[in-house]
Design a protein around this ligand. Structure first.
Ligand SMILES: CC(C)(COP(=O)(O)OP(=O)(O)OC[C@H]1O[C@@H](n2cnc3c(N)ncnc32)[C@H](O)[C@@H]1OP(=O)(O)O)[C@@H](O)C(=O)NCCC(=O)NCCS
Length: 224
């Protein structure tokens, strides 16, 4: 995959749910998706507006509010999943971003620092994980996270990381992420230092889970 490429997702075989290649659990609907990767400097105003409208629907109660298409810090790139059928009414965006925006994720590479050893780990910090509200619970989130694995691999990071709330633990565990045992010191959405008290998830990408550092960690940045 190239970072600015477009991926027409191969649909899973009939009955192939549950595993990493599955479409999701009971009631999963195989929606053809086109995955598009956009670096932040490629996004024009119309695309940012479109993402903003999507994120406002997905995160109506985000504590920091979703600003002009981001919540904490701006990501480095977006992974966008579009319904792969074009604009139904013939209007709207054409080309690779045609069709309804159904899934979104933001990623920024950064270092997480282990306080005790001083070692730094290259991570792809993930945020703004969202599926269109009327499509949730049908396996799109699982497919989004599978594509995210591919992007993180391509970005060459050792781990994926993300911070979330308790209600999302079952979802991230179902798609193969692990709750890290560390205490995480970070910068909150209002630019104050914080000790994050929600679940901090990690996903081994180039390094094994056993390589994750122990003890207190620092993310010297806001969440995505
Ligand atoms: C979280 C979100 C991205 C998940 O996407 P989704 O399309 O609804 O999830 P899926 O249908 O692909 O579910 C994937 C797996 O997670 C499991 N899962 C999801 N939510 C769950 C829950 N609350 N409890 C238990 N399992 C859950 C599903 O059962 C499924 O497992 P299975 O395939 O083995 O059946 C989506 O619901 C969403 O956008 N929510 C609002 C925004 C949000 O909270 N984002 C996360 C912020 S960090």
């Amino acid at each position: 995959m190239s970072h600015d490429g477009v991926i027409h997702e191969r649909l899973p075989d009939a009955g192939g749910s549950g595993g990493a290649g599955g479409a999701g659990g009971a009631g999963a609907v195989a929606v053809p998706l086109r995955w598009v990767i956009r670096w932040e400097t490629q996004l024009d105003d119309a695309e940012l507006d479109r993402i903003h409208e999507f994120l406002k629907r997905v995160f109506p109660n985000h504590p920091g509010g979703v600003q002009a298409a981001w919540a904490g810090s701006r990501p480095e790139l977006r992974l966008l999943g579009f319904a792969d059928g074009g604009s139904p009414d013939g209007g709207g965006p054409q080309g690779e971003t045609a069709g309804e925006l159904l899934a979104h994720i933001g990623i920024a590479r950064r270092f997480i620092r282990a306080r005790e050893s001083g070692a730094s780990v290259l991570v792809g910090d993930v945020g703004l994980v969202g599926v269109s509200p009327d499509r949730q619970g049908a396996g799109l989130g699982r497919r989004l996270m599978r594509q995210t694995d591919a992007v993180l691999t391509d970005l060459g990071v050792d781990f994926g990381t993300l911070t979330t709330g308790d209600s999302k633990i079952p979802f991230y565990e179902a798609v193969g992420w692990h709750v890290a045992p560390n205490r995480l010191h970070a910068i909150d959405l209002w630019n104050r230092r914080e000790t994050f008290d929600g679940p901090f998830f990690i996903r081994p990408i180039r390094a094994p889970l056993t390589a994750w550092p122990t003890g207190d960690l620092e993310r010297n940045a806001r969440e995505i």
